[in-house]
Design a binder for this molecule. Structure first.
Ligand SMILES: [Ca+2]
Length: 164
């Protein structure tokens, strides 16, 4: 018990031990086969999440739950849905713990640097602006990965389905 208490309070968790435990979104586009679920954001495959609110997706929220507090200076995002990229909305501006960042309109994984590093175990991302789709008014994101050299080294195999 003493050891456990010390570990919980030490604040010195090995970064390689920090994992994304879950993700939660404010909405999800319904489909019979659960094609657009929030878990697709962190599944390390090209399956995508789509928001499901009426309208373009502005104001929709993504919460990432880490196993421990982590300091994040940048992250990777695969914008849109790869197969129907231009048919659906893509994210143009994200607010990450109230810091606004621009996301490029590109079908592939890109790195986004935060104006200031954040330290949090449950960072929140809010869609602030979108690139409109040619056919559908649904905003999609394929993947979100947080930069941390140790994390990447540890989870290297999990990225094998994404080329970047
Ligand atoms: Ca995915």
């Amino acid at each position: 018990m003493c050891v456990l208490f010390f570990a919980m309070c030490s604040g010195n968790t090995d970064p390689s031990e920090i994992k994304i435990e879950s993700v939660r979104t404010s909405s999800t586009l319904y489909s019979d086969d659960d094609r657009y679920v929030a878990d697709n954001l962190i599944d390390r495959t090209l399956k995508a999440w789509s928001e499901g609110e009426a309208g373009s997706g502005i104001g929709e929220i993504i919460n990432i739950f880490f196993s421990n507090e982590i300091t994040i200076s940048s992250f990777y995002i695969y914008n849109g849905i790869p197969k129907d990229f231009y048919e659906n909305n893509r994210v143009k501006t994200l607010s990450v713990n109230n810091q606004k960042v621009r996301v490029e309109d590109r079908n592939g994984l890109q790195q986004v640097t935060l104006p200031q590093p954040i330290t949090d175990s449950e960072p929140g991302l809010v869609i602030e602006a979108v690139y409109p789709g040619d056919m559908w008014d649904d905003t999609c994101i394929t993947e979100i990965c947080f930069e941390n050299k140790e994390l990447f080294a540890t989870n290297d195999q999990r990225y094998k389905n994404i080329s970047f």
